[in-house]
Design a protein around this ligand. Structure first.
Ligand SMILES: Nc1ncnc2c1ncn2[C@@H]1O[C@H](COP(=O)(O)OP(=O)(O)OP(=O)(O)O)[C@@H](O)[C@H]1O
Ligand SMILES: [Mg+2]
Length: 332
């Protein structure tokens, strides 16, 4: 983190970002004062259970939050605060410099147009290319992500592709304009295990062959450990832990991260133990109190945890956790 400041490598900085939703039940604090940096060529894994705010975070970077959202803080992309850009300026960045691979690819495509038409439209919008050049670029990209007979596939509609295929096409679309940042929101959820592996391998290939930065979102810490350099553990809109893969997976600090790690079969060292699962359910956003958000489920909670929110504190260089218990052991 220090190094990136000196060399100024950060491509994206989320600075004290807070997102609230106006609802009939009152205001919901979906993202509470998060801060992180993403360097060029780095993959950041964003992990958290359902409702933790992963998608909301990514939509904020695309400036695609729903109308009832209110955002404060700063989001620097290439040193520009994108929250201050006009809609036209943002339109230049979205889908060109920052692109997104969505959770449900079928819904991301228009069923009424062929894949070729939809790819060409993006290229014609963002780049000064002819129709034929757009066709060639599309075919090349479909080939890159492993779509057989891309010339024929160019003229097909989304429903003519299988689930695994359409996810590859979604990835191809996200890469089409050589973006600097790709946000992949649960790109393998809902796919069967074999296809999931193929998609992850494809994304690994992309990481190796380009210098793009990636935010990889999932609730599966096992998947993240294979894909990311750095991990953020999110819980009810708060960052509970942040560090390298080695830090977070092999030396977790927060009781929540410890729970997540020991509930993943492939990460456990002692395979004979019963698979652990974190007791209780994630409370809803309007149930949380003023203390630590993990309080209701924490196996080692103390009194202070109920009343006061712990701040992130650094344990090793770049390894931060927000936990009163860990903090007590650190100091004492
Ligand atoms: N338009 C909205 N109005 C009100 N609340 C919303 C809205 N969109 C999202 N939320 C709330 O914001 C919180 C974070 O949602 P988000 O979709 O980011 O979670 P997530 O971590 O992506 O979960 P999942 O793993 O299920 O995809 C949730 O409590 C959700 O209900
Ligand atoms: Mg989501």
């Amino acid at each position: 983190m220090k190094e990136s400041k000196v060399l100024n490598l950060a491509l994206l900085t989320m600075k004290n970002v807070t997102i609230t939703f106006k609802t009939s039940r009152g205001d919901l604090l979906a993202i509470d004062d998060i801060y992180f940096e993403l360097n060029k060529g780095e993959t950041l894994g964003l992990v958290g259970e359902t409702g933790s705010g992963k998608t909301v975070t990514s939509l904020s970077i695309m400036r695609l939050l729903p109308f009832n959202a209110k955002i404060s803080g700063e989001i620097f992309f290439d040193k520009t605060d994108i929250l201050k850009l006009s809609e036209n300026e943002m339109d230049e960045i979205r889908g060109k410099k920052i692109s997104m691979i969505f959770q449900e690819p079928m819904t991301a495509f228009d069923p009424l147009f062929t894949i070729g038409q939809q790819f060409s439209e993006v290229l014609l919008k963002h780049e000064n290319v002819s129709k034929e050049e757009a066709r060639q670029r599309t075919i090349k990209m479909l080939k890159f992500v492993g779509i057989p007979e891309p010339e024929q596939r160019f003229n097909q509609y989304p429903h003519e592709y299988s689930g695994g295929m359409i996810q590859r096409v979604m990835i191809a679309l996200a890469l089409l304009t050589n973006p600097e940042l790709v946000i992949a929101d649960e790109p393998t959820t809902g796919l069967d295990v074999t296809i999931q592996m193929q998609i992850l391998n494809l994304m690994k290939k992309i990481q190796k062959t380009s210098n793009l930065s990636m935010i990889f979102i999932t609730h599966d810490l096992g998947v993240i450990s294979k894909m990311a350099n750095k991990i953020i553990v999110l819980y009810l809109g708060k960052i509970l832990e942040i560090g390298t893969v080695a830090d977070v997976i092999f030396s977790p600090i927060h009781p929540y991260t410890k729970g997540l790690v020991s509930s993943i079969p492939t990460l456990r060292t002692n395979k004979s133990e019963r698979l652990y699962s974190i007791p209780g359910n994630v409370p809803s956003l309007n149930e949380i109190g003023k203390g630590c958000r993990f309080y209701s489920r924490c196996p080692v909670r103390m009194d202070i945890c109920k009343d006061k929110t712990p701040q992130l504190s650094e344990y090793n260089s770049g390894h931060f956790a927000a936990c009163w218990v860990a903090n007590k052991n650190k100091v004492g």
